[in-house]
Unconditional design. Structure first.
Length: 409
């Protein structure tokens, strides 16, 4: 492991030497960054000899190598031993006017902080608030322990034992490495181009009215967010969303089914995976009135004539590019599981898509909600997954099925 040990200016700085020595003897590469005040308590030659590396102190040395960034980026973990009340306050505030502060800010690796100070300073609400802020950001706080302090008094504030600090540093570094490997493995859509439709179309009746549906776009946006996190290049055709689109997703805004059809036809050939989560109006008013329909002019009943919208999914299936995986959605209100599944199987056959995601919707299910039940049907009619959970987890289950399917195909 590459470990940066920051040493700040307290009497316990001499104990940092044994932490550094233990890490080096365990075979780790240790870079020490000492603050100016730390060097009043422990000598630079000691830190260099024990760490077997040059000591870093000055922000303005090695500027050409952008050292604060390099040290932080290369580190598997940064540990501050001891951390004074002042340095804890500075980390909590994100200050960067010395090399250690810069290195901590320029790093994504875990931060382990071992406080050491007088009991009053440790218990001060300011210090406690700063510690909570650091913990909220995921900083590991080791100690302090209770015991004899330098002033002859005793209480909480004593630096934790060397073995405890070393164990915390290595545990934090290993956990971060494991997470990085898992994240890398989870990028199973890396380099894939994914097109997603989301939201509900609105079909204008007159300048102020439209025919719409209750889709909020949450499931489609969750699919876009998860596909992006799994490494895909994501394009979202968004119809009247009620939720924000994550940064990094390229968005094409549309409102009507016909606009969505045009955008989808243009974008589809460039995408390998297409997921049609949008609720598309099957019909639109045959004519759009140029002025607001007046109730005085219509009498007690209003009759509108509707014309069929293009079935976008079917059109994309018909124009399918080899290797493309197409996923349709079916939002059905039937309460009976078997009946709903049968409707979905028939719909998949009619549409010709590879996978179909069945949602149960109703007055209280599906739409607007953070939760969703999804059943995924493949082209043999088998139910590949039956999942209930928030829309992010539903998105992952859908993408898992897509990945399996496109690997198999
Ligand atoms: O036929 P139904 O509307 O139930 O089909 C739902 C699926 O077909 C969804 O994936 C939806 O995005 C898509 N669809 C479409 N064009 C339409 C209607 C629905 O692409 N006109």
């Amino acid at each position: 492991m590459r470990i940066v040990v920051g040493v700040t200016g307290g009497i316990a700085a001499y104990k940092a030497v044994s932490v550094i020595r233990s890490l080096v003897l365990l075979g780790h590469h240790v870079d020490v960054i000492a603050t100016e005040h730390a060097l009043k308590f422990v000598g630079a030659p000691t830190l260099e000899a024990i760490s077997r590396n040059p000591l870093h102190t000055d922000l303005y040395e090695g500027v050409a190598q952008v050292r604060h960034v390099a040290l932080g980026q290369q580190a598997d973990v940064i540990a501050v031993v001891p951390a004074t009340a002042n340095s804890i306050a500075r980390f909590a505030a994100g200050m960067a006017d010395d090399l250690l502060g810069n290195t901590v800010l320029a790093s994504r690796s875990p931060l382990v902080v071992a406080p050491a100070m007088h009991t009053e300073m440790w218990q001060h609400p300011a210090t406690q608030a700063n510690i909570r802020r650091l913990e909220e950001r995921g900083t590991v706080i080791v100690g302090p322990e209770s015991g004899a302090l330098t002033g002859g008094d005793s209480g909480p504030g004593r630096l934790a034992e060397t073995e405890t600090i070393v164990a915390s540093i290595l545990t934090a570094a290993r956990a971060a490495k494991r997470r990085a490997i898992e994240d890398e493995q989870a990028r199973d859509l890396s380099g894939r181009r994914v097109l997603i439709t989301a939201g509900g179309t609105r079909e204008p009746i007159d300048p102020v009215r439209f025919l719409g549906n209750r889709s909020s776009g949450r499931q489609g946006v969750a699919l876009a967010a998860r596909a992006l996190a799994r490494g895909a290049e994501v394009t979202l055709i968004a119809a009247n969303l009620e939720v924000p689109v994550p940064e990094g997703v390229s968005v094409v805004r549309v409102s009507t089914a016909q606009q969505m059809a045009t955008a989808a036809a243009e974008l589809a050939p460039r995408h390998e995976i297409i997921v049609m989560a949008a609720a598309v109006a099957d019909f639109r008013p045959e004519r759009v009135e140029s002025g607001k329909i007046k109730k005085e002019a219509t009498g007690d009943a209003l009759t509108l004539t509707f014309t069929k919208n293009p079935d976008i999914l079917r059109q994309l299936v018909a124009a399918r590019v080899p290797g493309q995986t197409l996923v349709g959605f079916a939002a059905e209100t039937e309460a009976d599981d078997a009946e709903r599944l049968e409707i979905a199987r028939r719909k998949r056959e009619r549409k010709g898509c590879d996978l179909l995601v069945l949602n149960q919707v109703g007055w209280h299910e599906g739409f607007q909600s953070e939760y969703n039940r999804v059943q995924i049907i493949d082209d043999s009619g088998s139910v590949l997954a039956d999942h209930e959970g928030d829309k992010m987890s539903a998105a992952d289950v859908i993408l898992d099925a897509v990945v399996q399917r496109s690997l198999a195909g």
